[in-house]
Design a protein around this ligand. Sequence first.
Ligand SMILES: [Fe+2]
Length: 126
Amino acid sequence: MTGDKKVDTQHQQLFDMVNEIHDSIMANHGREVLVPVLKRLAKYTVEHFATEEALMQRTNYPGYAAHKAQHDELTAKAVEIIQGYESGKITLPMTLSRFLTDWLRNHIKKSDLEMIKHVQKAGVSA
Ligand SMILES: [Fe+2]
């Protein structure tokens, strides 16, 4: 929990979607099921990152560039995985949900927490 209500709600939503993907992979669902779910997660992630990036910009956060670089890196990786999977070039790794969960937890624990501290000091919320 970062302490910002909107950001925390979005994070919860992201974890729920990652869990849905986990269950879907475990249930051996095919591309026709998984691709739309993956695209929904990617779209929501981009919206969520935009919320955080707007907060950083509004409060002149000094760590903006480094934080945004982490967002961009994950976004690029997501696009690569979805395109590869959709075109049949790759199968979805069973470890995908684990990777996403770990990424989220680590990113929230360090980068988001630090950023929200700054944002709250500035008296701003999402
Ligand atoms: Fe973030």
